[in-house]
Write a protein that binds this ligand. Sequence first.
Ligand SMILES: [Zn+2]
Length: 250
Amino acid sequence: MNIYDFIPDFFFGGTKFECNICGFKANKWLPRGHNYPIIRELNIIGAGKRNVDCKKCGSSDRDRLIFEYFKDLNNSASLKNKTLLHVAPEKTLSQKLEYRFDLKVYRIDYRAKGYRFVYDKSVIHGDVQQLQFEDEQFNIVICNHVLEHVKDDNKAISEIHRVLKKGGFAILQVPISMELSKSIEAEENWSRNEKKQNLGQHDHLRLYGQDFKTKLFQHQFEPLFWHFNNPENIKQFRINSSEFVIIASK
Ligand SMILES: [Zn+2]
């Protein structure tokens, strides 16, 4: 529940935009993100204050981009019965992927004490740095804006690689600046403010740069940046035109 649930849909409704996940037609989107100078200075992709959340289903610009990637993928090969591990799942994206493409979806979240998101029972406890699954169990893993929060992202990436089947892939969205050749790691003693100033968010432990690709290579992944090249749909679905899907194939 948030304050926007008390505002009638028609206040946001219209025909200018459309949520590709729930179908809600809108003239306005809800705000998300932060407005710290570092985000503009380094042109951090996947960050910044912007009006992009769907009033109806809560999807964000990046959820809608991922959904377009799956639609594109499903055009060339059916996803039916493929297994998907969704880490810290975005509820409506996760549900939509499951029924639209007939995927078998497993959902985990760390759910630390005081965590503000409420999940349904389909989401079980799990730590991406130490997954409770067998080797080579999944065709797909989605880990959308999680790696910047975990203490040991190398461990997390190697765990994702371990549970993926050969020929499978992971979607590993992170806040990334292509103007940084080297990722910035938080110092152990950085305060919330220093994290905001240096990384763009108070609870991030790193900001990725161009070397993220190298890191994926080091974990035996084949990385690829997928760009959604449909200007009309980018506008209609309110997707960030500079964001790309980060795919790591095994
Ligand atoms: Zn929606």
